[in-house]
Design a protein around this ligand. Structure first.
Ligand code: TXA
Ligand code: MG
Length: 318
């Protein structure tokens, strides 16, 4: 049985105790809900992979209450320090060289010599991480490959009875995952996953980022970014300008086309922050209608639009 507890002081204390006892706890962050386990325990981390049916070669992000704790197991260079000072707590994950023998479970990093780390800024996540006072490994709290959860209900829909506890902190406010930057190679800053912190904000601090995920050439830098992901069961049709009668529409902006079985609008006023916040919940809702396809209007690519486009492109892969 999965227990759902409110994000009160007692709820957060219960969640911290459960994590320290090796249990699986879903908790809110400002981006999406995470599925947490104590990152120093191989047994606990292994349960994350089982519950999500996550491929064993896809490493996890370690969540910590502050950069201080992260420095115990990850090597921060000047760029990492600058970014941490500018954007933590916040929706930014740094991939850094791992300090071996500092107790991070090999299951969490999948044996890589790097580690992904983030300080979330959600008040519930921060309170929880302060109580645990150890790194908490947490992927998004959904079944592998599926749409990320932005509410406790979404977590339950995917993982009920596979996890011990859900800390219910209501709907998250950003709605899209953190931006992942790989700084593990000297002189190179690689954007592995666009996310809640924009490219422009990052580049204002450390200068130009190397373009993309570069999966095609060389060794795989981020295994989790390869495959189809973030996907509803219903097929997607991107850049739709019209809707067919057996489709549902995910719209954006003031004048969506008429027709179709149903329409949800990510942001009638054309606001990308509002669109990011609504994206996953609306995809889940449209998925449940049982249409032949979900038609999705084109959104601007600037700012948060880069991360939204990234998720939709991955979700549309068959
Ligand atoms: O906003 C977020 O980042 C959420 C919340 C819960 O913090 N977490 C999240 O985790 O999205 P997940 O596991 O769904 O995505 C983490 C991504 C994966 O694509 C993984 O491959 C990549 O980070 N990653 C983790 N460790 C890595 C490493 N050492 N090197 C390269 N990529 C890594
Ligand atoms: Mg995920």
């Amino acid at each position: 049985m999965t227990r759902i507890v409110g994000a009160t002081a007692e709820g957060i204390a219960e969640a911290a105790a459960a994590l320290l006892a090796g249990k699986l706890v879903a908790f809110p962050t400002e981006t999406v809900y995470g599925l947490g386990a104590l990152a120093t325990s191989d047994a606990a981390v292994a349960r994350i992979f089982a519950a999500k049916e996550r491929p064993a070669n896809n490493p996890l992000i370690l969540h910590v209450a502050d950069a201080e704790l992260a420095r115990r197991f990850a090597v921060f260079d000047r760029r990492a320090n600058d970014l941490a000072a500018a954007f933590w707590p916040g929706p930014m994950t740094l991939v850094l060289p791992l300090r071996k023998d500092r107790g991070v479970a090999v299951t969490a990093t999948t044996g890589l010599d790097t580690v992904a780390v983030r300080v979330p800024r959600h008040p519930v996540a921060m309170a929880l991480l302060r109580l645990v006072a150890a790194p908490v490994a947490a992927p998004s709290a959904n079944r592998s490959g599926r749409v990320s959860p932005t509410s406790a209900d979404h977590v339950m829909a995917d993982l009920a009875d596979r996890i011990d506890l859900v800390l219910d902190g209501g709907r998250v406010d950003l709605g899209i995952e953190s931006t992942v930057i790989d700084l593990s190679r000297k002189g190179q800053a690689l954007l592995l996953r666009p996310g809640g912190l924009t490219r422009a904000a990052l580049e204002a601090v450390i200068g130009r980022l190397a373009g993309d995920r570069s999966q095609a050439d060389g060794p795989v830098r981020s295994p989790g970014l390869l495959a189809r992901h973030y996907a509803p069961r219903t097929p997607l049709r991107l850049d739709a300008e019209t809707v067919e009668p057996d489709e549902v529409l995910l719209a954006f902006g003031p004048d969506p086309p008429g027709g179709g079985m149903a329409t949800l609008n990510l942001s009638p006023s054309g606001d990308l922050e509002e669109a990011a916040r609504n994206l996953y919940a609306m995809l889940r809702e449209l998925d449940a209608i049982g249409a032949r396809r979900i038609a999705i209007m084109r959104l601007p690519r600037a700012g948060l639009g880069e991360a939204i486009a990234d998720r939709l492109n991955r979700a549309a892969q068959r």
